[in-house]
Design a binder for this molecule. Structure first.
Ligand code: PAF
Length: 290
């Protein structure tokens, strides 16, 4: 297995092995012992590399994947123009210590139309991101289950930035008794607070300058709730109005139970405020724990 401690090296340079077929990654994985897995759609930034760093703490061998999963994009979304930057991604993953990269193309992942799907619980699939992007979480759950089945990781890293995805995948792993530990990883932010995301690359200069506004708005809702304000609908309305006044098109700003994603109840142990909004043509997503 090509772990940092076990090679392979060429001229003292560590080489990541790239696997394009299921057979090839399965064969490599079989010799790897404990594996920590970082699934991605590529166009990697420091947030992904933080997932890789975290992965190295959970196993000797880190496996990553790059696959832009058509199933999780709706009609009219950015599947075709989603940035594909394979060579620079490979350099970053190699430098970060990834031993094996699974990088299938569509004919490998979906040799036949994928007619079997995972249907996540409506509480996760149809709320917030699910309401804004019908079928999105069904596509995510289906590809993640398939990737888990191919890579058979002991642990898998998911960022808190996509909080609803993290909750949904944790619930799927629990409900199907998948032998994989889902490890949540902190959101990585630019100096001005903007959560790193592949889609930030779509922002022009003036929109990039205004993009941290979403995080600021979410932070002020979180502060108000921490200070005892429980008039959530009013807080959410005001936050959406603030974004709209600055030229954004907010999809939602919503205070939720951080474990169940339901509206807060008397039994909620932790709350979170989540938001999504469009700035120019770019849809940004973020959340702040309360
Ligand atoms: O978070 C992502 O990049 C994707 O949703 C994932 C988990 C790689 C599945 O395609």
């Amino acid at each position: 297995c090509a772990s940092r401690s076990g090679g392979p090296y060429r001229d003292d340079v560590f080489m990541m092995q790239i696997h394009e077929t299921i057979e090839s990654i399965r064969t490599a994985r079989a010799g790897c012992g404990r594996v920590a897995f970082v699934p991605t759609m590529g166009n990697l930034h420091d947030g992904h590399l933080a997932l890789v760093r975290e992965a190295t703490r959970h196993a000797d061998t880190v496996v990553a994947s790059i696959f832009v999963n058509r199933l999780q994009f709706g009609g009219g979304e950015d599947f075709e123009r989603y940035p594909r930057t394979f060579e620079s991604d490979c350099r970053k993953l190699t430098d970060a210590g990834v031993a094996h990269l699974f990088a299938p193309d569509e004919s490998v992942m979906y040799p036949h139309p994928q007619t079997y799907h995972v249907a996540p619980a409506p509480a996760h699939a149809d709320e917030l991101e699910g309401a804004a992007r019908a079928g999105h979480f069904r596509g995510v759950a289906t590809v993640v289950l398939k990737l888990f089945s191919i890579v058979q990781p002991d642990a898998a890293m998911f960022g808190r930035k996509d909080y609803q995805q993290l909750l949904m995948i944790s619930a799927m792993a629990r409900q199907f008794a998948l032998p994989v530990r889902i490890v949540p990883c902190e959101t990585v932010r630019a100096d001005d607070g903007l959560a790193l995301s592949s889609r930030n690359g779509y922002l022009g200069d003036s929109h990039r300058a205004d993009a941290p506004r979403l995080f600021r708005v979410l932070t002020s809702v979180a502060q108000a709730v921490r200070a005892g304000n429980d008039r959530y609908p009013a807080l959410e309305r005001d936050a959406m109005a603030e974004l709209a006044a600055a030229g954004w098109e907010p999809d939602y700003i919503s205070v939720r139970d951080a474990d169940e994603l339901t509206r807060p109840t008397d039994h909620s142990r932790r709350l979170i405020v989540l938001g999504a909004a469009r700035l120019g043509g770019t849809r940004l997503l973020d959340n702040v724990g309360i």
